[in-house]
Design a protein around this ligand. Structure first.
Ligand code: MLT
Length: 386
């Protein structure tokens, strides 16, 4: 037998699937595991959204194959959200596409836009799917280092000309995973200028767009004038409305790119179950106060963790967005050594920074996906382990 394919052979198992396996084994051995690994909210989906799903489940008209590009009311709700929240006009027919979670759309976008041997510009560190989708499409990725001294923004001037010449796509992601960095609209203006100058389309992953603190409002890349000529933006219900398991997202922006992705998708999947799309549309159309409530909880958790880390000599500036803490490992450890040491001695799951790309070495990520008491407990255990 000769499998897996060489292509798949280059790809490690999915980071969080591996972590889940370790977690299951530890729980089986009686360890009281505190999982600060994956960004999977512990808070429930708001009840009005669940009730809408239940209502839509009673309607047999929703049981057929869904519309390939998503039901019109779903796409319209997304267009309405963009107008209301960002002042960006979208044509729901051509500039909005439903996704089975933004991860699916990101993974399918790469083969829709690149040929074997083409290059994709990838933030380093970043969500592992950008990198793996590129390898699966027989492409090459170029890591754009995100450094603290540069607000975890890529410096486009440092990308070599020959890499630029081969590049067919660039990923960006703010509020950032894992760095939790946020940007203002000027950064997106520079990115769009770079993209137009070199004909490299931009895919902006805005999965954490609504997870923000204090007065900060995360911009959309589509707020940049003329950005629709080159950019698309991925969005998700996972983190905004605690709907990770529902698998529902969208992509908006440049209609040619969206068309290419919809052709690929209609040949490989048949869309998300219509009741889920309708409940997600309802999430956008109804009262948004749940978002503030969730963000207040994350902000409190953030304060607990930052204070706890400071007490062990790890100083991190309070982020304005995302529910991740991106922290330097204590001196004398690599990322993997630190995270492994903490896991083995304390049962606390952290994510090593290098799992998100080489520039993540020297960092670890904490996901604020457990209540304050468990965060206190986790910090206490980490402190004792050092
Ligand atoms: C993360 O924790 O980075 C994401 O939630 C993982 C994922 O989407 O699989």
């Amino acid at each position: 037998m000769n499998y897996p394919s060489k292509r798949l052979g280059q790809i490690p198992p999915y980071l969080f699937a591996e972590i889940n396996k370790k977690k299951a084994a530890m729980i089986e051995n009686g360890v009281d595991v505190i999982d600060l690994g994956i960004g999977d909210p512990d808070l429930p989906t708001p009840s009005h959204i669940v009730e809408k799903l239940v209502e839509e489940l009673q309607n047999p008209a929703n049981f057929n194959y869904p519309n390939f590009i998503g039901c019109l009311s779903y796409r319209q709700s997304i267009a309405d959200f963009y107008l209301r929240h960002y002042g960006v006009e979208l044509d729901p027919e051509t500039e909005v596409l439903a996704l089975i979670g933004s991860k699916e759309g990101i993974a399918h976008l790469v083969p829709a836009l690149i040929d074997p041997g083409d290059t994709v510009l990838i933030p380093d560190p970043s969500y592992p799917v950008y990198r793996m989708a590129t390898l699966l499409a027989n492409g090459n990725y170029y890591d754009m280092p995100l450094l603290k001294e540069n607000n975890f923004e890529p410096d486009f001037r440092l990308i070599p000309q020959d890499v630029i010449d081969r590049s067919k796509l660039m990923f960006l992601n703010y509020p950032g995973n894992p760095t939790s960095a946020t940007v203002d609209i000027d950064f997106f203006k520079d990115a769009v200028t770079f993209s137009k100058e070199h004909s490299i389309p931009i895919a902006h992953d805005s999965a954490y767009n609504m997870v923000t603190y204090s007065e900060y409002k995360a911009p959309s890349i589509l707020q940049v004038e003329g950005s629709k000529e080159v950019a698309i933006e991925f969005g998700s219900f996972s983190k905004t409305y605690n709907m990770t398991g529902w698998r529902i997202g969208y992509v908006v922006g440049n209609k040619e790119i969206i068309k290419a992705l919809s052709i690929l998708k209609s040949n490989t999947d048949t869309g998300q179950f219509t009741p889920i799309q309708k409940a997600a549309a309802f999430a956008l159309d109804s009262d948004q106060s749940c978002i503030k409530t969730h963000n207040r909880i994350y902000e409190e958790r953030m304060a607990v963790v930052l204070e706890g880390l400071a007490s062990i000599g790890i100083d991190v500036e309070a982020p304005k967005g995302s529910f991740f803490v991106w922290a330097p490992v204590p001196e004398g450890f690599t990322s993997t050594e630190f995270v492994t040491n903490v896991l083995e001695k304390t049962g606390v799951i952290l994510t090593p920074g290098n799992a998100f790309g080489p520039s993540g070495e020297g960092y670890f990520r904490i996901s604020l996906s457990v209540p304050n008491e468990r965060l206190f407990e986790a910090i206490t255990r980490i402190k004792e382990s050092l």
